[in-house]
Design a binder for this molecule. Sequence first.
Ligand code: DMJ
Length: 457
Amino acid sequence: MMKHAWDSYRQYGWGHNELKPLAKKGHSTNIFGNSQLGATIVDALDTLYIMGLHEEFKDGQEWIEQNLDFSINAEVSVFEVNIRFIGGLLAAYYLSGQEMFKVKAVQLAEKLIPAFNTPTGIPWAMVNLKSGVGRNWGWASAGSSILAEFGTLHMEFVHLTYLTGNPVYYQKVMHIRKLLAKMDRPNGLYPNYLNPRTGRWGQHHTSLGGLGDSFYEYLLKAWLMSDKTDTEARKTYDDAIEAIERHLIRKSNGGLTFIGEWKNGHLERKMGHLACFAGGMFALGADGSPDDKAGHYLQLGAEIAHTCHESYDRTVLKLGPEAFKFDSGLEAVAVRQNEKYYILRPEVIETYWYMWRFTHDPKYRQWGWEAAQAIDKYCRVSGGFSGVKDVYSSNPTYDDVQQSFFLAETLKYLYLLFSSDDLMPFESWVFNTEAHPLPVLHLGNITLPGMDFYRVC
Ligand code: DMJ
């Protein structure tokens, strides 16, 4: 499947950000600006490496060496470029040892730094790579920045400081952490919106799915990546998850545990496909959780995995919808037409993989295999893989996009699910939110440059 996805992109979309597998031409969205940054190449590199597809990796490396240039007039998403490009380049560097990847990652990071020029230091959602001018999405509440966007920079930025000795990256993300720590949280929950001019929360919406998800993931992973020395991150994660469990996690009448969305004091009984990643996160965070709750969190991870599997199993295509409800007799099914699509997302398979590593219960491989077969049956077309618009229709139409995260995440997690545990072991690697592996930093007594800055402030 990886060969088909890559070869198709190589043939029809090379250098474009993504591929339109039916039209057989390049594709891009506004997260990458009006640019041809080869997002699929950068996102796929480490998957190719891990799978031993070295010729393809070399091909991608050459393209990056010769063509990837960030001095362009393009307005890009700071979050997306960080998790896909900086994450992808850093992982390619750590796996292959090729300095060029590190150099490109640092060049790109320099282009993102102007996004932090706001009155609070909370970055804008978008930045123009040439002018450095930043702004926020028009749709975000009251000009706010998004929690899952400004809260998903930590892993990559700590590595940038570690690799370059330049304290700036570390200081930028630690500043965000300190600012959040000082703020009041309604019911202990972090709202998804924060205004970077005023430093005030926007609408009080909280989600473990879209707009919130990877903020929580990065708290846990900051701790793991620091060889469990960043106890401040761990404590912040534990407190946040406790509040989420109290206010957002419920059991349906049919016994399915789900994660709802908190909207101005009201729980919406709807779970997004994106929130399914949390099963894996709970399992990953079980060890080290307070008050001997490791068993509880592993169980919670298993329950979320089960619910998300049900969301796949209750469809015609055996692929999960974008969002599913737990209301008026309906359980784990999408209601609205515009929530019935599947765009090759990885989160459910990601959770199967973490659950497999921690339990070795064969049902996770079984479920992963079902998903792989369904993707191959319903999403494979002659020009690659496409998302589908309705997982409840036996005759679905295609969206004609091969997302770069399909190669970065979905296929990587599937491969790892069927590999032995000593491939990319958790003792040595932590995966960023785009599934790019970064090594655990065994710093011992060494402090990162910039840490002192925060000690004295
Ligand atoms: C990916 O880009 C990342 O996993 C992100 O954190 C959330 N969504 C997509 C895939 O669904």
